[in-house]
Write a protein that binds this ligand. Structure first.
Ligand code: HEC
Length: 420
């Protein structure tokens, strides 16, 4: 699977820095959206199954409200899900060119699975709207979304781990590595937290009660989302810590730890907001908590990117020097490479074995032969390029295989030097 490798454009060091920024941005957008989608689909399925079992309508309506969270518009899935994940694959293809890693292709596979997952989410939603049996669509979509994000996260983890580039370059070992599993667990908990916070934000922003058919449902859905949010925000820091301890040594840096601390602080702030919301029976802090959640995932992505930087330092030097060679080749092709041809160098390299200015060697001294070329540089250049037999006292001179520009340079040099 190297077809992406063939599409790679040569990058200068500056372009690679830009690509890295682009990668950070696309990953942040993708994780925010995919987390919300996975969390809300999973929770919706959970309450759907619960309502099936208990045969009550509150769980069923709650389940519908959950799936409505992010599926308001189909193009959102493309803009925030499919496009970012495909761009991430292209960024990695460029940045990891020549490493022999297949992970850009793995990410494309993840994009494909995500695409089908998205399709099933909408099927699930529409069947639910029509009160048709829908739970198996919920299961399929949850599984597809979970698998695609797992493959993506596994691939980004392998990118960080340069020591294992050689022996983990297949989907199974990527997905089953301890680091991927913990990193994935923390994404799953993050997705539950984001779904619950977004639910509170969306339905309780104005403290309006119209959205809810009954007060009972209002209280029930509010309590459920607060509970899910609180449990997730308590579990997350532990997962973040384990994840840090599992990082490969080659990718650790001071910045990495700094960002990890910031991530933990933002989780702390979210938990305070959630606590206040529960305690004071107010839900108005939903938007603020969401802000810190976006901050949290951004920090996590940037932190990983620092690890990626550290891990790929050596590789980028290889790419940068390759780029320089490539550029030289292109310049030569278009005749842009200005070679500095130095007549003195050519003389010292090619002529000095047989010629001196004032002494006879194999060939005659220049001081004797050059006066007749005074003002006739063209003739001298022609002789140097195609020597002809001239003086019976000397053997013929062999052609020196110079280019016209080189012959001219050396002619200039000897003509201007012999007089001195
Ligand atoms: C292997 C020895 C050899 C090398 C190397 C050599 N030459 Fe000569 N060159 C000769 C000989 C021998 C002659 C005399 C040829 C003759 O008179 O037929 C000669 C003659 C000349 C002459 C005089 C021509 C004339 O009209 O009388 C010039 C000028 C000259 N060489 C320039 C150069 C330059 C410039 C280079 C280096 C790029 C060079 N040669 C390298 C052997 C050499």
């Amino acid at each position: 699977m190297e077809f992406l490798d063939k599409m790679v454009l040569q990058q200068s060091a500056h372009h690679m820095v830009l690509l890295k920024y682009l990668l950070v941005l696309t990953l942040i957008i993708f994780y925010c959206y995919a987390g919300l989608l996975l969390g809300s689909t999973f929770l919706s399925l959970f309450y759907k199954l619960k309502s099936k079992k208990l045969e009550d309508s509150n769980n069923s309506i709650f389940s519908k409200m959950l799936i409505d969270l992010v599926t308001f518009n189909k193009s959102v899935g493309f803009a925030l899900g499919i496009i970012p994940i495909i761009s991430a694959s292209f960024c990695y293809a460029q940045l990891l060119h020549k490493t022999g890693l297949d992970l850009p292709e793995f990410i494309l596979i993840a994009a494909l699975i995500f695409y089908f997952g998205l399709g099933f989410v909408y099927l699930y939603k529409f069947r639910m709207k029509k009160n048709k049996s829908s739970w198996y669509f919920g299961i399929i979509s949850t599984v597809l979304l979970a698998v695609s994000t797992l493959v993506l996260i596994g691939s980004t983890q392998l990118a960080i781990d340069s020591e294992n580039w050689k022996n983990q370059n297949d989907i199974i070992s990527i997905v089953l590595s301890a680091r991927t599993i913990f990193s994935y667990l923390h994404f799953v908990v993050f997705s539950l937290l984001s779904a619950s916070l977004f639910f509170l934000y969306k339905y309780f922003r104005n403290n309006s009660e119209e959205e809810f058919p009954s007060e009972l449902l209002r209280v029930y859905s509010r309590n459920q989302s607060l509970k899910i949010g609180l449990v997730s925000v308590i579990i997350l820091p532990a997962l973040v810590l384990i994840y840090i301890f599992l990082k490969p040594i080659s990718s650790l840096s001071f910045n990495f730890f700094g960002y990890a601390v910031l991530a933990l602080i933002s989780l702390l702030v979210i938990s305070v907001f959630l606590y206040v919301m529960i305690k004071e029976n107010k839900t108005a802090y939903g938007s603020k908590a969401l802000f810190f959640l976006v901050l949290f995932i951004s920090i996590m992505v940037i932190k990983d990117q620092f690890a990626f930087d550290t891990a790929t330092k050596k590789h980028f030097v290889v790419l940068a020097s390759e780029y320089e060679e490539y550029q030289k080749k292109v310049q030569e092709e278009f005749g842009l490479l200005v070679e500095t041809i130095n007549g003195a160098d050519i003389f010292n390299g090619k002529c000095v074995a047989c010629h001196q200015f004032d002494k006879k060697l194999v060939g005659p001294p220049y001081n004797e032969t050059l006066p007749k070329y005074e003002g006739k540089k063209e003739a001298l250049v022609q002789f140097i390029l195609n020597p002809v037999k001239i003086n019976p006292d000397y053997p013929p001179m062999a052609s020196q295989g110079l280019k016209p520009s080189e012959a001219e340079a050396v002619a200039d040099y000897i003509l201007s030097t012999y007089k001195k």
